[in-house]
Design a protein around this ligand. Sequence first.
Ligand SMILES: Cc1ncc(COP(=O)(O)O)c(C=O)c1O
Length: 414
Amino acid sequence: MTITLRAPIQSALSPLPAPASPAMSAMAGAPGPLANTYKRASVPIVRGEGVTLIDADGKRYLDLASGIAVNALGYNDAGVNAAITTALESGLIHTSNLFRTEPGERLAAALVQHSFADRVFFCNSGAEANEGAFKFARKWARTVGSPAKHEIVSLRGAFHGRLFASVAATDRPAYRLPFRPLAGGITIAERDERELDAMLDAETVAAVIVEPIQGEGGVRIVDPALLAFLRRVTRERRIALIFDEIQCGLGRTGQLFAYEGTGVIPDIVTLAKPIAGGLPMGAILLSESVASALEPGEHGTTFGGGPFVASVALHVFERLSSPTILAHVREVGAFMGRTLHEMMARSAKVRAVRGAGFMWGVDVVEPAAAIAARARDAGVLILSAGDHTLRLLPPLVMSQDDVATALTRLEGVL
Ligand SMILES: Cc1ncc(COP(=O)(O)O)c(C=O)c1O
């Protein structure tokens, strides 16, 4: 029998291509070998220093994007670099969760000490944290109700990730429609007390998931009165309240956890993005009540909370939980908000400004992607959140002077 390999398999077996030359800018514009899932800026980034990124042509950018809310401590941070070096000295990058290791347990203890939580589950990304949270909430709900108590409710404008359950809880048709059928038992509700009151049936609903500040959905602060309402009814009806703090948590609002600024204490919080200084990690914080429903073997992950990534995350968490950095975010964040409101007062092209701490959304008349491209040309990196909203997520260590410079450049391109 002869076996004919399909072309991609054949090419996968051929020798690896030579490493990319240092002049990666020669690749600019070429589609390259990566899957076509992102529109990437054409000139590659080759270096990071503090709050500045440098591309292959030597152009410098003030970074108001932080790798999408990940690089809270900026780039080439001496503390993070030292934590990486120290973590390597143990010789342990990975052991699997079949063994106890100190860094993960110390990190979990630190998260518990600083939050409402009693237990922590580590994973590798934000979507994975939310998928785990849904499973944990369902398992808990089965211990307090019947198997019918499994529905998960998310809110209009939500973004919770790209896997089958997290995307089912995400309110973006373009992310959902090509991949149907999505995971079942997940419904999106209006951010409206009356509708939620009717939907949150004690017999069938296991959990509600909310981003206290919706990030991808346009930097929308969920009304604290709605959060208080949700806390009251979820408690009465024995429904788990999950806060997705993957983007807005870990210092970004000027509080260590976003829930601290809402007056509401959830049952589960999901974290990821900045937690390990740019290494992939997610975490699920759990109240004892939810955690006690779990049995060994019911959920797992090969890499989650491994000793290398957890050592680095421990350092990052010590830094992000310091009162000094949180005060800096509150103070410079207030300056950012004032400056953006002043820009709005001066320009008819800015329609609205919303946010807190180092997380701001700016509604603009023009397409946000076009403004982000012009801002890049002017040496400032910003994100969009929807067609007409700019999203600003600077590293939490950015100085007021750098924020001022970046916003002046942004106003120039507006
Ligand atoms: C609020 C929120 N939840 C979940 C996710 C998904 O995280 P990840 O991309 O790490 O899967 C994101 C990512 O942007 C997010 O902002």
